[in-house]
Ligand binder design. Structure first.
Ligand SMILES: C[S@@+](CC[C@H](N)C(=O)[O-])C[C@H]1O[C@@H](n2cnc3c(N)ncnc32)[C@H](O)[C@@H]1O
Length: 249
């Protein structure tokens, strides 16, 4: 049930925000509305804003903008666009089917909470297992020049985007590597961070227990390890009520 909710809730929010945007545009006098493609674009932009207010991540913006145009111009869209869009999505959501880990990103307040944890624990090395767009890694590398912050990612387009982000920050202590989270030797890190899904948690924690050094920290965003009491729980004061489950090895 939780899994179903997790997969379908964003789509329900997309449909709701598109419906509200459409309703809003209907209320406007026709005389001030631009021509058809621009109205559709406007609807997409309004849906983006509503979707953000409903808690959708920035990753939904392209879908929200393209959806009204794709529906209205379905008949004239060249047929290659659909397989191309499918490949594009595959390169982003690479691990959704195989690992049952979708792409959603740690927010800024949680970056700060992780930064505080780095500070208080005196960690010198940090790894983000499944580092997404590299936000955690680049933030921590900037905030803590003496920290080695590493990210591991295997979704091709996401990896590429994060690599460019890391290069753009110009910080030698930030790195993202194209590598599976299951291949990393966790003994190299003082803090191991993950934001995955409930599915890999038991296997990942067993790996952490086998490899991590005593006293080091395993931190899971939102997903507790089943049957294992956390050493500490950090509640982040953000909109989605993020919880960091902290396990001291
Ligand atoms: C929920 S996102 C979290 C992104 C990032 N850690 C953050 O918090 O902003 C999970 C990420 O893990 C990646 N991932 C899932 N399984 C993986 C695997 N076996 N190896 C490397 N990355 C993986 C996904 O591609 C996705 O980008």
């Amino acid at each position: 049930m939780t899994k179903l909710r997790q997969h379908f809730l964003p789509w329900i929010k997309v449909l709701l925000s598109q419906g509200l945007a459409l309703g809003g545009l209907w209320l406007l006098p026709a005389s001030i509305l631009p021509g058809a493609p621009l109205i559709l674009l406007l609807q997409g932009i309004a849906a983006c804003a509503i979707g953000r207010a409903l808690g959708l991540s920035l990753l939904w913006i392209p879908i929200q903008i393209l959806l009204p145009l794709a529906i209205a111009y379905n008949a004239v869209v060249p047929s290659w666009v659909y397989p191309a869009a499918l490949v594009f999505c595959l390169l982003i959501y690479w691990n959704s089917a195989s690992e049952q880990v979708p792409l959603y990103l740690t927010n800024r307040r949680t970056w700060k909470a992780l930064s505080d944890l780095v500070q208080t624990s005196g960690a010198r090395t940090f790894v983000d297992l499944g580092s997404g767009m590299g936000g955690v890694v680049t933030y921590l590398a900037r905030a803590h020049p003496s920290l080695q912050a590493v990210g591991l990612e295997t979704a091709p387009l996401v990896f590429l985007a994060s690599k460019i982000r890391v290069i753009a920050t110009g910080r030698g202590n930030a790195k993202v590597t194209y590598k599976s989270i299951w291949e990393e030797d966790l003994s190299a890190h003082d803090i191991v961070y993950c934001f995955l899904s409930p599915v890999p948690m038991p296997r990942m924690f067993a790996k952490a227990k086998a490899e991590m050094r005593p006293g080091t920290l395993f931190v899971s965003n939102s997903f507790a390890v089943p049957g294992k009491e956390a050493t500490d729980i950090s509640d982040v004061a953000d909109g989605r009520k993020t919880r960091l489950y902290i396990y001291r090895m």
